[in-house]
Design a binder for this molecule. Structure first.
Ligand code: ZN
Length: 249
């Protein structure tokens, strides 16, 4: 089947002497892996269009029963080099792609995830606060995967959580202080998570919470993600190790 769609490229690596393997997210087909024949040649028709996190119109042919599609055309819509102009930007980009590579499925319509990734990259390119954009993205990736709904009320007893919550012992949900005895989560962090659930990133960025609240939510989301995946995302670990290493302190 021949398909042409706007996609976001997630991962590009070399195959043999001349080709490249591309993994991309399409709103209609989810994660798609394809080979771009001749993409490493000097005068390739793919030229410089195959960049991770770039948005592009891609045409590919998927043969029934084959997991690798054949990519026949790539038209760049939005390059990603402005996002990746410094080390932190490159690492954040890796983290965005890493989340989608982990959570997106093949042959599964991913319209919401596609729009989330697309709008987050666009906001980052426009210069929105990086930490805020990443928390927004991480929280929504979990939510779209069916984990970690907005903390409106305690799932055990129904009590309102707007005054604060605790992380359940299994580290998979927020409960009230009567139903759990884990790590305390501040009222401001609960409010930030609720805001993420109902407002677009740009509006959240217009009235951001205090930096320590953003940090608290980063740690919380990390725990819930690790509890679900049973491991940390490699791209996230690399980012943390690189940005927190003593040589940069
Ligand atoms: Zn409760």
């Amino acid at each position: 089947m021949l398909t042409s769609a706007e996609v976001i490229l997630l991962d590009v690596y070399d195959l043999h002497e001349n080709d490249r393997i591309v993994t991309m997210l399409s709103p209609t087909h989810g994660k798609v892996r394809g080979v771009a024949r001749g993409a490493r040649r000097k005068y390739s028709r793919f030229a410089g269009a195959l960049q991770p996190l770039a948005k592009a119109k891609v045409t590919w042919y998927q043969k029934e029963g084959r997991d690798l599609a054949r990519i026949s055309g790539v038209e760049l819509i939005r390059p990603a080099h402005r996002l990746q102009s410094d080390l932190e930007g490159i690492l954040l980009g890796g983290c965005l792609a890493g989340h989608v590579l982990e959570f997106a499925q093949e042959n599964d319509p991913s319209d919401h995830l596609f729009r989330l990734l697309d709008s987050t990259i666009a906001a980052l390119v426009e210069g929105v606060d990086r930490s805020l954009a990443m928390r927004y993205f991480e929280a929504w990736v979990l939510r779209l995967a069916g984990i970690f709904p907005p903390p409106v009320e305690c799932p055990e007893c129904g009590r309102d959580l707007s005054g604060g919550a605790v992380l359940a012992a299994a580290e998979d949900s927020l409960v009230c202080a009567t139903c759990g005895s884990g790590r305390a989560i501040s009222a401001a962090a609960v409010a930030f998570l609720m805001q993420i659930g109902r407002e677009p990133l740009k509006r959240v960025a217009a009235s951001p919470p205090l930096p320590e609240v953003v940090q608290e939510v980063e740690a919380l989301i990390g725990r819930i993600r690790r509890s679900f995946l049973q491991h940390e995302l490699k791209s996230y670990r690399v980012m943390q190790e690189t940005l927190c290493s003593p040589s940069r302190a």
